[in-house]
Design a protein around this ligand. Structure first.
Ligand SMILES: [Zn+2]
Length: 69
């Protein structure tokens, strides 16, 4: 009676073999890696200095670059 959405949507990471979080699959239907592998493998973080240097009000922000999309 009920559509078996969970099984149809279940995806497994090609990096580590763990099941990819259903919400991630929902947002990125074509993703093939879990969040961990996505961040460590295909994405690279670049530290960027932000804020006002003269006011000594700065912080370092990490910008993630997704090389695959
Ligand atoms: Zn993984």
């Amino acid at each position: 009676m009920y559509p078996v959405i969970d099984i149809d949507m279940a995806k497994y990471c090609k990096g580590c073999g763990n099941e990819i979080h259903p919400l991630r699959v929902k947002v990125l239907p074509n993703t093939q890696t879990c969040v961990d592998c996505s961040q460590t493998g295909r994405k690279s973080g670049v530290p960027v200095l932000r804020g006002d240097v003269e006011k000594d009000d700065t912080w370092v922000d990490v910008v993630f670059i997704d090389e695959n999309e």
